[in-house]
Design a protein around this ligand. Sequence first.
Ligand code: ADP
Length: 273
Amino acid sequence: MMVAMQDAIYEEVNEMPAPDRLIVRYRGIRKSFSDFEVLKGLDLDIKQGEKITIIGPSGSGKTTIIRMLMTLEEPTSGTIIVDGEPLWHQEVKGELIIASEKHLRKVRGKIGMVFQQYNLFPHMTILKNVTEAPVHVLGMPKQEAKERALAMLEKVGLKDQVHKYPIQLSGGQQQRVAIARALVMEPKVMLFDEVTSALDPELVGEVLNVIKDIAHTTNMTMILVTHEMDFAREISDRVVFIDKGKVVEQGPPEQVLENPKTERLNTFLKRFR
Ligand code: ADP
């Protein structure tokens, strides 16, 4: 049953012509915490290589949307497809189907995430923080992992800090290490969850600049949750406004951020003007 259904969904997703190929599809996603329904039938399609920014009021479910992709939260119902493979479970003719842990691990391998809190390993050097997963999760030879880690640390502007420990770096530098640590796994999709909200204001710019550079120089799919509207305007192909558990408006940044169609989005954006 599981196999047959996966194949059917796989074919459906792959019907998309190559440049428009979907990498992520959310369909009818509902999510409740106890009796509070955060997501109320969310539909969202993301194309390969697209840079998407999710905006919306605090508590509207933005973080939950991306945590579900990382399999850190499980939807109450609905379907999520990542790179042609179903994630979590779907209801088929009323039947609940749960993917195996092995399957989830495989899909999870395609996703990288950077959190608000950078959560580096405090007892490891910066270099070790970045080589740890390639060596221990991917089984990459140490030398190769080191070379790749150094290249990533150079990309985020920290090549001269690699032998230090996290505590010796500023918050902005630590967050850039967290970005390098996610990038080194070469995920197909990178998730950024309000990655500057725990930083002192003077450190925000350096982190946003690193993300901008990645957005402008790679064709990696990126999904960002942010309250930085200028940043969203600069890097996004599409801005998605979420409110009360659903997509309310979406489109190119100039349309969504400059010409909101709904009163809800207009009211939300006023806070940033
Ligand atoms: P946003 O990112 O838009 O601020 P979240 O997705 O973090 O919203 O949260 C949406 C709502 O779900 C909030 O009211 C939050 O308190 C609640 N919530 C999120 N995670 C949990 C959880 N693990 N347990 C209970 N409630 C949660």
